[in-house]
Write a protein that binds this ligand. Structure first.
Ligand SMILES: Cc1cc2nc3c(=O)[nH]c(=O)nc-3n(C[C@H](O)[C@H](O)[C@H](O)COP(=O)(O)OP(=O)(O)OC[C@H]3O[C@@H](n4cnc5c(N)ncnc54)[C@H](O)[C@@H]3O)c2cc1C
Length: 465
């Protein structure tokens, strides 16, 4: 059969009606034949822009050429040179604005399905027992990594490959950061996909200590001055939710998206064999239009609710990935656009009974370049609901910065760190990922972890010189 070079080989997915009632993975990925067919669409460009578009610089054309030949082990080794979390990235990276956004095939047709190919190779490697190998000479130096999200895991893995003795300290009882507590099972399976990639990082020699809250259990200053660590990397993310500050926000039945998703994903509230309490709203309003809002909405839908996403701009400005919006709509999430909450209404017991919103229209572009939403006077009305999930963004928790001497933060409470090296204002302390940028993406957090591993290596190597 001739290959349709203009279009991606379609990927199999669970039917919308079926998947709206379960937490199994939506996307089923490519099989061997589909992956090899899609790989033939890669032009193997001399000057591959896809690689430039990848924040961890995976040699994309090289791994795709191996897929084309059917040498999936070699393909996985090429990816492993740059990424510790390929099965994760193949599932959740915004490829359309990164590698695939730069693919020349995309000029006239679809870009090569780089993300789905990466996912296929990583899944194949896991299922066939391919493990990363490390033969670095030990350096005799200890590095502490705070946080086990993608940024901390990447930094730790790269440092271990260079021969450092690395310990990750994680506040929660399970490693993985947002990959385990935020992103839902139906997009990123935990036991099958995330855990094995964490095990691969551990196989490089990285130790992970969970239930250790830096700033409470111990401090960065103590790690450096009393506990024998030569450097510290802060990859503590941006897990502090924002609220609107409108009347009624304290009512029972109002949640931050982070709490709602943590109960469901990390604490497995959706499973009958766990006793984590969670509110299964009959009619749920999710406020916000980002990826986190889509995850909260699709989770509430699977828990049995009628779900409305209330967003103050129009569909064109929705910050969520188009694929996520498409999936949410297919599954039955209702979008109430150009509306903004002004009050949450409570019943006599203090429980949410509705949300008052005002209609909006779009005015001139604001600093972000998007058209500014403007209230339509007198257009308030009430939406009846029993649960409200606020998904308005997050910022870094100030615990670490407030317990570390000499660590500079900016107005947004983010740690100030050099983009190239991750170096902060404090000698020996490096930082990256959401803790520095504010809420961003998995791959940017990984890129920052990689850069900081290099920065730390240069810093510690200089001490020996
Ligand atoms: C619901 C949701 C969906 C998302 N979907 C996507 C997506 O599809 N694609 C994408 O690219 N990005 C997505 N993101 C964003 C992405 O997950 C983050 O940008 C990324 O995880 C940041 O990585 P990080 O390592 O910097 O921080 P995190 O993943 O937040 O990890 C930080 C870790 O540090 C720990 N920690 C915090 N404070 C301390 C302390 N004091 N002591 C010890 N440990 C501490 C935390 O418990 C956490 O485990 C999503 C985010 C959310 C919330």
């Amino acid at each position: 059969m001739a290959v349709d070079v203009l279009h991606k080989v379609p990927v199999r997915e669970q039917e919308p009606k079926v998947r709206a009632t379960n937490f199994d993975e939506v996307c089923l990925g490519y099989n061997k034949e589909e992956a090899m067919e899609e790989a033939t669409r890669c032009l193997n460009c001399k000057n591959p822009q896809c690689q430039v578009g990848c924040p961890v610089s995976i040699n994309i054309p090289a791994f795709i050429q191996e897929v084309k030949k059917g040498d999936f082990k070699k393909a996985s080794e090429i990816i492993a040179e740059s990424s510790a979390l390929p099965a994760v990235c193949g599932r959740v990276c915004p490829q359309e604005s990164q590698c695939e956004g730069k693919c020349v095939r995309g000029i006239k047709g679809d870009a090569v399905s780089i993300g789905k190919l990466e996912r296929f190779v990583a899944d194949w490697a896991r299922e066939n027992g391919v493990k990363p190998e490390v033969h670095a000479e030990k350096k005799g130096k200890k590095v502490a990594v705070i946080g086990s999200g993608p940024s901390g895991l990447t930094c730790a893995g790269d440092l271990a490959k260079l021969g450092y003795d690395v310990t990750i300290f994680e506040a929660l009882h399970k490693a993985g950061g947002v990959l385990v507590y935020g992103i839902p099972e139906f997009r990123l399976p935990k036991d099958r996909v995330v855990q094995p990639e964490i095990e691969n990082v551990k196989a490089l020699g990285v130790k992970i200590e969970t239930d250790v809250v830096i700033g409470k259990s111990t401090t960065i200053d103590a790690l450096l001055e009393e506990e024998g660590f030569d450097a510290v990397y802060v990859g503590s993310g941006a897990g502090l939710p924002r609220f609107m500050g409108i009347p009624g926000e304290q009512a029972l039945g109002v949640f931050s998206a982070n709490e709602f998703l943590t109960r469901n994903n990390l604490m497995k509230a959706y499973r009958d064999d766990y006793d984590t309490p969670i509110t299964k709203g009959k009619k749920v309003v999710v406020v916000g239009g980002g990826n986190v809002a889509m995850d909260a909405a699709r989770t509430a839908l699977r828990l049995g609710g009628e779900v409305h996403v209330v967003y103050r701009r129009s569909e064109a400005e929705l910050p969520a990935r188009a694929e996520e919006v498409h999936h949410a709509k297919e599954e039955g999430v209702i979008f109430d656009l150009l509306q903004n909450p002004v009050e949450i209404l409570e019943d006599e017991k203090g429980w949410v009974r509705g949300i008052k919103v005002i209609k909006m229209e779009l005015g001139e572009p604001d600093a972000s370049g998007r058209r500014r939403p403007v209230e339509v006077p007198g257009s308030e009305y009430e939406i009846e609901c029993d649960t409200v999930i606020m998904s308005l963004g997050t910022s870094p928790n100030p615990l670490i910065s407030s317990t570390t001497n000499g660590l500079e933060i900016n107005k947004r409470k983010c740690i100030v760190a050099d983009e190239e090296t991750g170096a902060t204002s404090k000698d020996g302390v490096y930082a990256g990922g959401d803790a520095v940028t504010g809420a961003a993406t998995v791959i940017l957090a990984m890129g920052a972890g990689k850069a900081a591993a290099k920065g730390i290596d240069e810093f510690l190597s200089k001490q020996d010189a």
